[in-house]
Design a binder for this molecule. Sequence first.
Ligand code: NAP
Ligand code: ZN
Ligand code: ZN
Length: 349
Amino acid sequence: MTVKAFGAHAADQPVVAMDIFRREPGPRDVQIEIAYCGVCHSDLHTVRSEWPGTLYPCVPGHEIVGRVGAVGAEVTGFRPGDLVGVGCLVDSCRHCASCEEGLEQYCTNGFVGTYNGPTSDAPGHTLGGYAQRIVVDQRFVVRIRHPESQLAAVAPLLCAGITTYSPLRHWGAGPGKKVGIVGIGGLGHMGIKIAHAMGAHVVAFTTSESKRAEAHALGADEVVNSKDPAQMQAHAGSFDFILNTVAAPHVLDAYTVLLKRDGTLCLVGAPASPHPSPAVFNLIFGRKAIAGSLIGGLPETQEMLDFCAEHGIVADIEMIRADEIEAAYERMLRSDVKYRFVIDTASMG
Ligand code: NAP
Ligand code: ZN
Ligand code: ZN
């Protein structure tokens, strides 16, 4: 079937309306009528070919929420009308050690991303959630237990939520732990809310003084202007864990010096060009680590959604029409979004 979508025909072309093909649901497929889709910075990196390997036409979007429209004959977990979500993954090999553990994002045979991934469906690569409808294998669909009135604000949990939840859990954020969140954008603002709900002492690092008061409201116990050396120095050697969501290259030493012995700086921001090489001595003296983390697997994504529903956590969003996506990208590049744009699919006509 043909559905309306928004995407780009080339790296230097804007995101515009287009018609795309969706397969008829197979036996294990769930057909989802998309209500809202969040706008992640990864969408911008991909659609503008800031990262290598973008295939065109490119339809971004991996923070998808909506209602089940139809299901295949073998689908057991979902029924038409259910509120569901789809994140960054729509398939993986399902039998490697990572897939067996529910860590499909680390599939050793390569996962299939919600956009720009390999598929036998036309046009030969996956097309994402800036569209009216998507068809996804039931294993890669999650259930939404938030009230329906919050549906639009749940969308960003499917990427920004899980990308911060997974490393915060992995590195043990909780009571008695001092946790830093660097960059208060889509990911960072979710990181603050989730780390606070986990019971950690949360310190937000921002380059935008204008976000200070809001960072406290999001759940930060302390807020540091990362451009002020004195404010940074006051936290030297004190963090158990720092989660860095910044989408641009910067000097990581500013954060490794803030870690305690055995502390970890985890990078989730994925800038198009590398950070300056970090100073080794900051790591050696204190057995510190710089790590990375990629989104989260399906079981943990469901766990995160349930955790957020239980704690009343959703994203702070600004709703946009589909024809405002380019303007939203430009504002995102200026760190001018509080804190996630979400596309209202109804605006696709
Ligand atoms: P975003 O909404 O644009 O937020 C990034 C924030 O970083 C900005 O709001 C800003 O916060 C800060 N920032 C921007 N430029 C900066 C600079 N030059 N120096 C210091 N701070 C700067 O982006 P997002 O959607 O949260 O995504 C963030 C990054 O994570 C992107 O690179 C994205 O591709 C990546 N990502 C990775 C994964 C993963 O699995 N690892 C998943 C999703 C996204 P302040 O105003 O507070 O300084
Ligand atoms: Zn994303
Ligand atoms: Zn696998």
